[in-house]
Write a protein that binds this ligand. Structure first.
Ligand code: IPE
Ligand code: IPE
Ligand code: MG
Length: 246
């Protein structure tokens, strides 16, 4: 089917509000071509750029979270880790004006403290420059782990409980939810994972509670606008009952 026809069909149906993508398969993409892993990450950054531009332009859904680097990815060779951070900094600096102008609001969720200074600065600047934008909210999960996020929320809550003096019974779902790094995002409706692995790999945990899961063997650098539309079409065929009866 033509991309435009597919797009029109999908826009006619119920769309998710929050989509997350585990962008996996960069290394295998490079390996299969005899290229260094970092080249896979470079092509992966281009795929991310393509998808963000498409979602923003077509106004497909209001929240997109991309998993870029997990708390476990530090176990990779130092050169690969540094290369990924360099690519991310380049991406944020080169695309800054386009992101600001296209109405994207950037949030980087994850533990910033261990990131290189230049990258931290690029994040701070772009979060500030896009903070008043009202278009697509783009969250990049960077040095992010679902377990880290929940632990951080618990620690912050305990500190708040001590200083504002509230008791354990006041910690209800909405209150806890606000302490997560995704506090300003709704729970996830659709999780897409490329690269053929059938797991969550410590991505958002709480927010995934009722997400529809979509796995594809396509490696992330090969993921196109059409692949995204196919995932959305699949989502539109799901029956969501949230524990109830339908
Ligand atoms: C995902 O691609 C990108 C990051 C985790 C940073 P991988 O680098 O995990 O690619 P594969 O899974 O080795 O192919
Ligand atoms: C998940 O991919 C993390 C990101 C895409 C950033 P990994 O390649 O790190 O996950 P595992 O090791 O296959 O579970
Ligand atoms: Mg991987």
């Amino acid at each position: 089917m033509q991309l435009d026809a597919l797009l029109a069909e999908i826009k006619d149906g119920v769309l998710p509000v929050h989509v997350g993508i585990i962008m996996d398969g960069n290394g295998r993409w490079a390996k299969s071509r005899g290229l260094p892993r970092l080249e896979g990450h470079r092509q992966g950054a281009l795929a991310a750029e393509r998808i963000v531009r498409f979602v923003a332009k077509e106004n497909l859904f209001p929240y997109l979270t991309l998993f870029a680097f997990s708390t476990e990815n530090w176990s990779r060779p130092k050169a690969e880790v540094e290369g990924i951070f360099r690519l991310l900094e380049e991406f944020l600096r080169e695309k800054a004006d386009e992101l600001v102008e296209s109405g994207v609001k950037l949030l980087v969720i994850g533990d910033h403290s261990r990131l290189p200074d230049g990258l931290r600065e690029a994040i701070r600047e772009l979060e500030e420059r896009t903070s008043r934008n009202r278009g697509l909210t783009l969250a990049i999960a960077l040095n992010f782990g679902g377990k880290w996020a929940i632990l951080r929320a618990v620690r912050d809550l305990l500190r708040a409980a001590r200083s504002v003096a509230f008791g354990p019974e006041e910690v209800r779902e909405e209150l806890f939810r606000a302490y997560l790094p995704t506090g300003e995002l709704p729970d996830m409706d659709l999780l897409i994972r490329t690269g053929g692995r059938l797991r969550v790999s410590n991505f958002l945990l709480w927010e995934l509670a009722y997400a529809e899961l979509y796995f594809t063997d396509t490696l992330w650098p090969d993921f196109t606008e059409e692949d995204l539309l196919l995932a959305l079409k699949d989502f539109q065929g799901r029956e969501r009952s949230f524990g109830g009866v339908r």
